[in-house]
Design a protein around this ligand. Sequence first.
Ligand SMILES: NC(=O)c1ccc[n+]([C@@H]2O[C@H](COP(=O)([O-])OP(=O)(O)OC[C@H]3O[C@@H](n4cnc5c(N)ncnc54)[C@H](O)[C@@H]3O)[C@@H](O)[C@H]2O)c1
Length: 299
Amino acid sequence: MSLLEGRVAIVTGGGRGLGRTYAIMLAAHGARVIVNDLGSSAAGVGADQTPAEEVVSTIRAAGGEAEINTSDVADWQGARQMVEQAVDRFGGLDVLINNAGILRDRMIVNMTEDEWDMVVRVHLKGTFAPLHHAANHWRARSKAGDQPDARVINTTSHSALFANIGQANYAAAKGGIASLTQIAARELQRIGVTVNAVAPRAQTRMTEGLRDYTPEQVARRDPEWIAALVCWLASAESREISGRVFAAWGYGYSVIESWQHGPVTDAARDPTDLGPHIEKITRFARANAGIDRDTWLNP
Ligand SMILES: NC(=O)c1ccc[n+]([C@@H]2O[C@H](COP(=O)([O-])OP(=O)(O)OC[C@H]3O[C@@H](n4cnc5c(N)ncnc54)[C@H](O)[C@@H]3O)[C@@H](O)[C@H]2O)c1
């Protein structure tokens, strides 16, 4: 039996890049897939259903089952309709992959209100809205005595986890998604739903032209390396794993360990003599992870 036989999956932003690869690989391993994509530009402008249609055609041509959905993931009703479509067309939902995203990079001093709002909306609300509606579907099933064995896979970013300058809006949203992943994992555990996140590094239109890579580096940025992990996380085999964030690319997969307490000092009611104590714990604390210092990220 195939890894994902009988499972129904939604992939948001499934028309291009990583989402496209996820949708095709999920279907190749037996899943029936709702391919959601608004078809906007990388900056979130416009709409075009051609990319999602192409993915659906590719899946069908290979003998798989897929349906197109063109909802905006951050639209509350659109997100609900996406979950309803999975239930109506394929009889349920087992896997939600929140992947859709856009970029509007700018230094904080130059960032406009619109640039902030659009990026936070698509990523953060665009993850929460489908999650909320999917969670309601699973809770209803659980209450009816049909305990789900369901998966949510969210998308965070090294930009958030390792503090990339110039991406305050994007990183704030992606950091929020990492926290949301952990909370959702705890809340949904009792109804049979695991929630994990991936922080991918891949060559797509989002990252095209950022740097010159060698052919070997380009090969290690093929979305298929990340899709393999996502497909496994979507399967019944990953049942015991929840609340985790995985860095993923062709060089390997790592578990990102979350915030931990470092050195501690006594609290005070008077700030006057606090200086040496705060300086001391800060000196002995590990430095924050920085995108420029991480050798695993920059082989
Ligand atoms: N490529 C990387 O290295 C990288 C790194 C870190 C995180 N990510 C994240 O991975 C995800 C996929 O990125 P990608 O590199 O494949 O980018 P991409 O631009 O190739 O694909 C994103 C897709 O999302 C769709 N989309 C955008 N807004 C939408 C909306 N409101 N509703 C529905 N669909 C919408 C777009 O039409 C597009 O097809 C994003 O969340 C991105 O932030 C990518």
